[in-house]
Design a protein around this ligand. Structure first.
Ligand code: SF4
Length: 246
């Protein structure tokens, strides 16, 4: 296979053409680039590389199958902008598999999510209403994000039920201030029966390190619970207040 030197004038010229191609596709279909420029750069470089090796802009996120041009034509290789992205991925998810082509709505939402995460991590300011609403819908939260959400909940910006899925003894030894309910994993079948009427409520679960709560999240989602978040690394990653006792 042809070796590509990324610093060669040949590659740089092809990369330049690839960016022009990306702009043309954006214009033709009304797409925008991903707000994460690293994603765009990685994909553009992959497309340029494939163009130099295979003569076509095959998708860099999939293996190019076939040794000869005839074999490659027969195989279901993705040539950019590929059919699955245009017909399914972008209309349904707002973004193509590789991430470079997005709908303006997807890009806007992603930008806001990134700002919300930054605000939660820097503790520089509280969340705005919009940021709080985006963050509360994340499936995997880190400690800083949950702490910001607890603050936002106190201010009446969002509602959710914070649930500890550890055992009563662990809860007594220390739990997140503001925990609303205790659902010990060992008594799963008992409490799971009782919460069947609460499928539209929003829950955030936590345990010690995030693995028990992740499993519970998984089961709840499979059973039709609409909004279940998880504190990814558990109470040990939570920087906010921990209280002892009942
Ligand atoms: S997924 Fe399709 S549209 Fe997106 S970069 Fe790959 S080939 Fe292009």
């Amino acid at each position: 296979m042809k070796q590509i030197d990324m610093n060669s004038p040949e590659f740089q010229a092809e990369l330049e053409k690839t960016w022009q191609f990306v702009e043309k596709v954006d214009k033709q279909f009304g797409f925008v680039q991903n707000p994460d420029q690293e994603i765009n750069e990685g994909v553009a470089m992959g497309l340029a590389r494939n163009k130099l090796i295979y003569g076509k802009r095959y998708c860099p996120c999939f293996m190019v199958i076939g040794e000869t041009p005839e074999e490659r034509k027969k195989a279901d290789n993705r040539i950019c902008p590929c059919k699955p992205a245009l017909e399914k991925e972008i209309p349904e998810d707002g973004v193509c598999h590789c991430g470079i082509f997005c709908t303006p709505e997807y890009a806007e939402k992603k930008k806001l999510e990134e700002t919300a995460e930054e605000a939660a991590h820097q503790h520089s300011r509280g969340l705005t209403q919009e940021e709080a609403e985006l963050l509360v819908d994340k499936e995997q939260l880190d400690g800083d994000e949950l702490e910001s959400l607890m603050e936002a909940r106190e201010l009446g910006m969002v509602t959710f039920t914070l649930v500890d899925v550890r055992e009563p003894m662990e809860y007594q030894m220390g739990h997140i201030k503001g925990t609303d309910e205790l659902w010990p994993t060992s008594q799963f079948y008992e409490w799971f029966e009782k919460i069947q009427g609460r499928k539209e409520e929003r829950f955030i679960l936590y345990c010690h390190t995030g693995s028990r709560s992740y499993q519970v999240q998984h089961v709840m989602k499979a059973q039709g619970f609409a909004h279940v978040g998880n504190l990814s690394y558990g109470i040990v990653s939570y920087p906010g207040e921990i209280v002892r006792g009942d």
